[in-house]
Design a protein around this ligand. Structure first.
Ligand code: HEC
Length: 136
């Protein structure tokens, strides 16, 4: 390889790495900071949130309606029947790695199930629960 090609390859590599720079732990840290002083993420609270029946939507009372009670398992969209890949990072390394995706789906799913957007504290707890096994 010429020097120019080596430089190009390194640039491409750096770019690919930065596109995947976010990790599930980065998101927990970010939402923890947003939740404010004194907040500590809790997998136990995340689990209660995940299984809670909010009573807002008849078709989808809780997160488990589509994601099942085990985040390591594939879920199924209750309306479309489409398979949903596992949400736990251990079972699915693509989870919680891009802000766009994480924000888009928290927004949509929280509005549908909880009837409002989730708070940063709820998001931090939920991802912590997913990191720590994700079994309800
Ligand atoms: C009506 C079905 C349904 C319900 C109920 C539901 N989800 Fe989802 N969720 C989906 C679908 C569909 C996707 C996107 C498909 C995919 O990424 O495989 C998704 C993706 C996500 C993601 C994206 C994670 C990532 O980075 O890839 C998060 C976070 C999430 N859901 C959280 C929740 C939470 C929290 C609740 C409960 C408040 C919930 N979901 C309830 C269907 C649902």
């Amino acid at each position: 390889m010429t020097a120019k090609k080596v430089t190009l390859a390194l640039l491409l590599l750096a770019d690919a790495t930065s596109a995947q720079a976010e990790t599930p732990k980065d998101f927990v840290a970010k939402y923890t900071a947003e939740a404010g002083a004194g907040f500590k993420p809790s997998a136990a609270r995340g689990k209660s949130f995940f299984t809670k029946e909010f009573g807002v939507s008849k078709d989808m009372p809780s997160c488990t309606t589509c994601h099942t009670k085990d985040l390591n398992a594939s879920g199924k969209h209750i309306i479309t029947g489409k398979v949903i890949e596992p949400l736990s990072p251990a079972a699915n390394p693509e989870r919680f790695t891009t802000t766009k995706k994480v924000e888009k789906w928290f927004k949509r799913n929280c509005n549908e199930v909880v009837g409002r957007e989730c708070t940063p504290a709820e998001k931090a707890d939920f991802i912590q629960f997913a990191i720590e096994g994700g079994k309800a």
